[in-house]
Ligand binder design. Sequence first.
Ligand code: NDP
Length: 477
Amino acid sequence: MTIHKNLIAGEWVGSDGVANINPSNTNDVIGEYARASADDAKTAIAAAKAAFPAWSRSGILERHAILKKTADEIMARKDELGTLLAREEGKTLPEAIGETIRAGQIFEFFAGETLRLAGEVIPSVRPNIGVEITREAVGVVGIITPWNFPIAIPAWKIAPALAYGNTIVFKPAELVPGCAWAIVDILHRAGLPKGVLNLVMGKGSVVGQAMLESPDVAAITFTGSTGTGKRVAAASIEHNRKFQLEMGGKNPFVVLDDADLTVAVEAAANSGFFSTGQRCTASSRLIVTEGIHDKFVAALTEKLKTLVVDDALKAGTHIGPVVDASQLKQDTDYIEIGKGEGARLAFGGDLLTRDNPGFYLQPALFTEATNAMRISREEIFGPVVSVIRVKDYEEALATANDTPFGLSSGIATTSLKHATHFKRNAEAGMVMVNLPTAGVDFHVPFGGRKGSSYGPREQGKYANEFYTTVKTAYTLA
Ligand code: NDP
């Protein structure tokens, strides 16, 4: 089997490979992917540093052309890349193709942003002096990504980093090297100069750690778990470097007595269980007022019975497998914890057998949960959802906000008063009214508050806050 190599200083390098396994069928080896060492990471950082002066001064048309070409190729190959994504991560084929299209749209958006770079000219408070405010590239950006969005998250970090003139060392999650390799291959062939984008596939504790320890990495953008995020923060403060963290969530979805039951059930099922519950914006706490509680639980349970859990590539599958054995163990451990805490397992939670060996878990719905239980406070990152019964809107809002996290928060209601109040008072970076907590646009800010995020927002034009640094220049006329 050919080894997919790392890209360092414009050359494909590496000899020994690690097998990339399909979670829908563990007999299916998707490919062999090189494993970088700490020294490889250092070489990649040096290459990115050497490439920075020329790339940061490159013409905007050159950057536009490369990003646009990349967008066009991703769109043209959306079915093939979506299939690779579904095979290596386990989300369903329609979800995977949707994520691939989103990656293409992100490259297209940031291709456009290269043509919209602007500054400000402002009069000085002193006579005969002009003031110019401009944005410049930051330097070498380290990009560290998780496994759950193998093409969209790399896209929404790589595209703005390049658009604003930074060079990159990119370390994808070990579980999903396939999409990372494909996107880097496309950008490389689109004409990026040597060293501008370096790919170092390998272990976080080795390659990621080498990036954290390097004084030559000027900024790190990280998406992943809270634990690793804290390491990124500590190491970045040590080096006086810019950093941005997107971490976990325990997103609430409130259902009020006046909700449209169909809208509430569809949004809750989507938020909690689609993409196997493996989305940072997934809702794992359904906070339901008592007047609609029993009707809602009954309707959601009926809905869950119709959802097909099977091979991600099979037509008709609604929920693919869990990503790997260790995540599956985490999910089933939490199901036991929930039972032990006194919540009632109202539906699912069993391991499932399918035609091929894979990590199949029936969606699990707990009722009679409280917000104090571990299953309501800790991120599970699987298809495991709890229903918390509350008296009224005020208690629902207080419960929704009673969490260490603050990424996304949703409400199902037909009341303008409650929708408006919730939008204003939900302690989250993103608020959804009559919509799932997950599923966002690519051209507007993404990010959270409290323990979910740190630093500037990602995506849309707000991305320039992280990928550029501001300069104020004074000139005597
Ligand atoms: P991890 O934190 O384990 O891994 C994220 C990335 O960090 C991986 O590339 C990993 O490499 C790397 N890494 C691990 N250890 C180190 C280290 N010491 N130094 C530098 N890098 C390191 O998260 P997961 O990949 O398991 O992703 C799941 C988590 O991510 C969930 O908690 C989820 O909520 C969160 N997440 C948050 C999102 C958000 O936007 N808020 C979006 C998506 C996920 P390797 O894979 O090789 O270990």
